[in-house]
Write a protein that binds this ligand. Sequence first.
Ligand SMILES: Cc1cc2nc3c(=O)[nH]c(=O)nc-3n(C[C@H](O)[C@H](O)[C@H](O)COP(=O)(O)OP(=O)(O)OC[C@H]3O[C@@H](n4cnc5c(N)ncnc54)[C@H](O)[C@@H]3O)c2cc1C
Length: 387
Amino acid sequence: MTLNEPEHIRMIRETVRRFVDQEMTRRKAYEWDRDNHFPRDVFGKLAETGMMAVTIPEEFGGSGRDILATMAVIEELGRRSLAVAVPYIMSTCYAGMNLVECGSEEQKLEYLPKVAKGELMFAYGWTEPDVGADLASVKSTAKRVGDKIIVNGTKRFCSGAGIADYIYALVRTGPADERYRNLSIVLIPPNTPGVDIDFLDCMGMKGAATTDVSFSDVEIPIANVIGGADGWNRGWEFIVGSGLDVEKLEVAALSLGIAVGAVEDAWAYVQERQQFGRRILEHQSIRHMLADMQTSLHACRLVMAQAASLAQAGERCSIETSMAKLFICEAAKKIVLDCQTIHGAYGYEKEFGIERYVRDVLLMPIIGGSSAIQRNNIVNWMGLPKA
Ligand SMILES: Cc1cc2nc3c(=O)[nH]c(=O)nc-3n(C[C@H](O)[C@H](O)[C@H](O)COP(=O)(O)OP(=O)(O)OC[C@H]3O[C@@H](n4cnc5c(N)ncnc54)[C@H](O)[C@@H]3O)c2cc1C
């Protein structure tokens, strides 16, 4: 199927596909998942292709902020392994896009050239033991003491804290009754005294291992407040800005990549597997499943392209990006489970990639704002009176 994508996006896809075939083989993807391993060497080689620069303006060493390109790279990496695709997001989006949007001039000058070279990764420290969808209720605190900040609290499900340069932590910086106003985002190096990391045993998304992180009187400079000293108490404003729209697309692009990979595998498998003396592709039920999957994939690509184009143009797109997150993550889940059905017993066996795709895709409707939260947002923003 063609999408009439711009020529430069087609070229980016070809480059990343070649890279994936050479450096991210199926065997390696299996091993990274099995060992919960982040392949830093492969990530370094990816940086050499220039793909880290696509979120960074040229004046900071990038190739210009290009959301369609970013989503294409995430999708192509996600097609093979989240052990590279998620760290890619941690670098280009969590560090790159957020700093472009919310960083002070000093922070942009210091950090963005590093992102463009693949030398900087942030882990998101938003969720807490008692804080899931309701992010404005975070309990971790930061206090200003002279030119220092003292952080205390606990973050849960902080993916990639063990490989990141900084934890991009949402903290309360004033009384909790002013819930949206007294929040800030601070950068905490994971090796700072008082930071403790415990690894969680999650079902999928291996590579950028998911962790619990506790902060006990962690001291960081005031320069580590996102937005500089002026960013104090502006954390909520930063979180719900246009970065949130792009973040929804990042998870959707991962889901799309996983679904594309699964369909490619199923497409090949039906041509190889023989039962009752004929290839299983000859069963109409199998053919129809594949037709439905290809149709869903095509719809996902169109929804993604439209939402990403709006975000790239700087237009309002909160509804479209929520629809894209909801639609693509749920469609990808169904597609991948159907691919598993087609693989029969081999869809349940670990050395076949499909088992990993299933574990990974099940996460997508949960993170980055669950499907229920996207549904709430869509009807609320489209003006349906609140229940
Ligand atoms: C593998 C993994 C990696 C993760 N990585 C990170 C990370 O790097 N950084 C980070 O900060 N967090 C991360 N998370 C956390 C993730 O973002 C949270 O799971 C998410 O914020 C939702 O929180 P919760 O799961 O606690 O669900 P809750 O908010 O407790 O919700 C529970 C259920 O209730 C539903 N629900 C909640 N509120 C509403 C509502 N208003 N209307 C309708 N339904 C509602 C939800 O949809 C869900 O089904 C990760 C989680 C996992 C599993």
